[in-house]
Design a protein around this ligand. Structure first.
Ligand code: ADP
Ligand code: MG
Ligand code: MG
Length: 203
């Protein structure tokens, strides 16, 4: 897969924003029975703010672009997803340092640091019906040398795995066993993030 530049990060997040717009209704529907019906609109607000911030700041390196994007998500999204997605991107960006371009191995290592920061912040491990169930297998796929497309597939399967899980973190945990049979919206969004990466690095 192609090495990532600052422009490549912008293309990735532009594709993510487009996917979030296309799936906003679905994300909100997933958040209705187990949450508060705002996941789609939360991420839409955040991704549009990210694109505006990247255009204004025009960061020079992929790491700086991801730090800017993450900070913008934290400051513009009120829900749980803002700090979590924001921490993922910001911590990944910090781990990339000044590397330019970023190769596949460095991106995998950066995203591992991002995943670790997300689990430290939210306290969720795999199997607790959160976005971690999509993020962890996607990062593992990249660490194993898989393509972004393979990571996106792993994230999708991880999101589907939340159907049968009892949520232990976030609003969905208030439902206990009644949450079984519902897919976690944040895990679906993470699958969109990796699908966007695959789209952006394929060309
Ligand atoms: P809120 O729940 O505050 O309304 P969103 O609806 O935007 O925020 O995001 C909900 C998503 O956040 C969930 O689907 C889940 O994936 C994720 N989430 C919530 N709490 C946690 C946590 N502690 N750790 C990891 N992910 C979490
Ligand atoms: Mg919600
Ligand atoms: Mg909310």
């Amino acid at each position: 897969s192609a090495a990532l530049t600052a422009a490549g990060v912008r293309d990735w997040l532009q594709r993510f924003a487009t996917a979030v717009d296309e799936h906003a209704g679905e994300l909100t529907d997933l958040d209705r029975p187990i949450g508060d019906s705002d996941h789609g609109v939360n991420l839409q607000r955040g991704t549009h703010a990210v694109l505006a911030a990247l255009d204004a700041a025009d960061p020079a390196t992929p790491g700086a672009a991801l730090v800017k994007a993450g900070s913008t998500l934290v400051s513009t999204v009120g829900g749980a997803s803002g700090p979590l997605f924001g921490t993922l991107l910001r911590r990944t960006g910090k781990a990339l340092g000044d590397a330019d371009p970023v190769d596949a191995a460095a991106l995998a290592a950066g995203l591992r640091a991002g995943l670790d920061a997300v689990t430290a912040l939210g306290g969720a491990q795999v199997g607790e019906a959160t976005l971690v169930d999509a993020l962890a297998p996607a990062v593992e796929a990249l660490e194993a040398g898989g393509s972004a497309q393979e990571a996106a597939g792993a994230a999708e399967r991880g999101a589907a795995s939340t159907d049968d899980l009892v949520a232990r973190k976030g609003r969905a945990s208030y439902l206990g066993e009644r949450g079984i049979g519902h897919r976690d919206p944040g895990a679906v969004s993470i699958a969109l993030l990796f699908a966007a990466l695959a789209g952006s690095t394929a060309e």
